[in-house]
Structure formats: structure tokens, C-alpha cells
Design a protein around this ligand. Structure first.
Ligand code: KIV
Length: 266
């Protein structure tokens, strides 16, 4: 495929074709996933859990992220590389700009920040300086200690109203993409309609503009042996990892994934 850019993702949203995103942490999987047609490789701070065995994403550092971005860049065949800014790497403006520079120089094309309305300021600063951003709303794992666990977000009307308002404010601030994690399908559908930028979901229903899963989860490699409700094991019925990756892309494009059993109600 020709190189995926922000323009590609915007065109996919406009045409109604779903975007396939997958987490990726090394050159071999970057090669396999981009060859399978995954448009966005997310170097997620989930690597702290699935690669390093931590019980949350909080111990992950910018050095860890830069190391894995550089590996993904070496294997990538034209996908857009999105990287997580890890916990507290964007707590101040100076830290945010400095750490984004390191990650973009390592090979990322876009950075992802977890939060809510307060992200408007860093997103605006980054857009002005030529760094596209993805704002991660809903269940934000870096805030697990405030949220009291990995729980569905936006079920109460006040929370839902706030999330809709935040999504619009962050688009206006210059966000290039939104990611919604573990929110009711109806709320994710409303937000996807309300903004012009692509909205990617994980546990957010089928009406978002694209889907993302953690690579190890969709290959049936969850460390705990238990997967969240929104995960489908794409190795089932396949005889190779390449076939499982292609099945994921096909399922996202044909909107056969996520099915009702992978979604949350309001
Ligand atoms: O770090 C990550 O893998 C993520 C996904 C759960 C979306 O942010």
C-alpha cells in the first residue's frame, strides 16, 4: 500500500471505509501488520503490560517508547506510526514538547495523549509546532488510580455530556484523531458523528470510524489468560499470524468486528 498519512485517514472517514489500527512494538510485527493492511500501528504504552509484565502502564518511560518506535519504524511498510506519550511525560508544557520531539525523531508520525478537556492546551501547542495528535478519551489507563479500575466510562448522562463536549473542544484545539476506549456504543456513535476527525474505538462499538486492539490480545496471548469483553481472538480458525492479522483487517473493514458481544450499552 502507498504510505498512509493523515490525509489518507481523513479520506477514509469521509468515504465511510473503516480504519484498521493495531498496537505494535517491534519490527517483525510492524512488517507483518502493515503488509496485512493495518493502516495505523500504535506503539502503545500497553507494552508495559504485554511485553514487560507490569500490572499497569504507569512504569513505562519515554526511553522505552522511543526504543520501540524505532524498531517499528524499521519494519513498517507504509503504515502511519502513532505513539503513546507515557505517564507524566506531558505533565508540563516543557516536558510535553521535549518528549514529543524525542518520539517524533525516533520515527513516530503522530502522538497520543490520554486525558480530557485539559488536553486542549498541549494539543494546540503541538499542532502549531507541526506535531499531529490523537486524544484518548473514555477509559484512560494512565488514570487507573483515579478511575478506580478499568471500567466503562460515560454511562452517566453528565459524564457522557462532558465527553461529547471534550471531543468537540479537542477537535477545535487541533487534534487530528480521537480514540475512545470502553464507552457505550451509542455515545461513541454520537461523538463520531459530531466531529470531522477520525474516531477510533476500542470497546466503543461498531459506529466509530475505525477499530484498535492490543496485538497480544487479538492473538490470544493475554498474560492473565482472560481477555476483556471487547477483545476477539483472531487466531481462532487461522493457521498463521499473517492470516489472523488479515482476518482482523477484513473484519474491521466489513464491520463484522466488533459484534454485539464486544460492545457496551449505556
Ligand atoms: O496503549 C495502548 O495499547 C492503547 C490502546 C489500549 C488503545 O492505548
Amino acid at each position: 500500500m502507498s504510505d498512509v498519512t493523515l490525509t489518507t485517514l481523513q479520506s477514509l472517514k469521509q468515504s465511510g471505509e473503516k480504519i484498521a489500527m493495531l498496537t505494535c512494538y517491534d519490527a517483525t510485527f510492524a512488517h507483518a501488520a502493515s503488509q496485512a493492511g493495518v493502516e495505523v500501528l500504535l506503539v502503545g504504552d500497553s507494552l508495559g503490560m504485554v511485553l514487560l509484565g507490569h500490572d499497569s502502564t504507569l512504569p513505562v518511560t519515554v526511553t522505552d517508547m522511543a526504543y520501540h518506535v524505532a524498531a517499528v519504524k524499521r519494519g513498517n511498510q507504509g503504515a502511519l506510526i502513532l505513539v503513546d506519550l507515557p505517564f507524566m511525560a506531558y505533565a508540563t508544557t516543557e516536558q510535553c514538547l521535549h518528549n514529543c520531539a524525542l518520539l517524533m525523531q525516533a520515527g513516530a508520525h503522530m502522538v497520543k495523549l490520554e486525558g480530557a478537556g485539559w488536553l486542549a492546551e498541549p494539543i494546540r501547542l503541538l499542532a502549531e509546532r507541526g506535531i499531529p495528535t490523537c486524544a484518548h478519551l473514555g477509559l484512560t489507563p494512565q488514570a487507573v488510580n483515579i478511575l478506580g479500575g478499568y471500567k466503562v466510562q460515560g454511562r452517566q448522562e453528565a459524564q457522557a455530556r462532558q465527553m461529547r463536549a471534550d471531543a468537540i473542544a479537542l477537535e477545535q484545539a487541533g487534534a487530528a484523531m480521537l480514540l475512545l476506549e470502553c464507552v457505550p456504543s451509542s455515545l461513541a456513535a454520537e461523538i463520531s458523528q459530531a466531529v470531522k476527525i477520525p474516531v477510533i474505538g476500542i470497546g466503543a462499538g461498531a459506529a466509530t470510524d475505525g477499530q484498535v486492539l492490543v496485538l497480544h490480545d487479538m492473538l490470544g496471548l493475554a498474560l492473565s489468560g482472560r481477555s476483556p469483553k471487547f477483545v476477539k481472538n483472531f487466531m481462532t480458525g487461522q493457521d498463521s499470524i499473517a492470516a489472523a492479522l488479515s482476518a482482523y483487517v477484513q473484519a474491521v473493514k466489513s464491520v463484522s468486528f466488533p459484534a454485539a458481544e464486544h460492545c457496551f450499552s449505556a
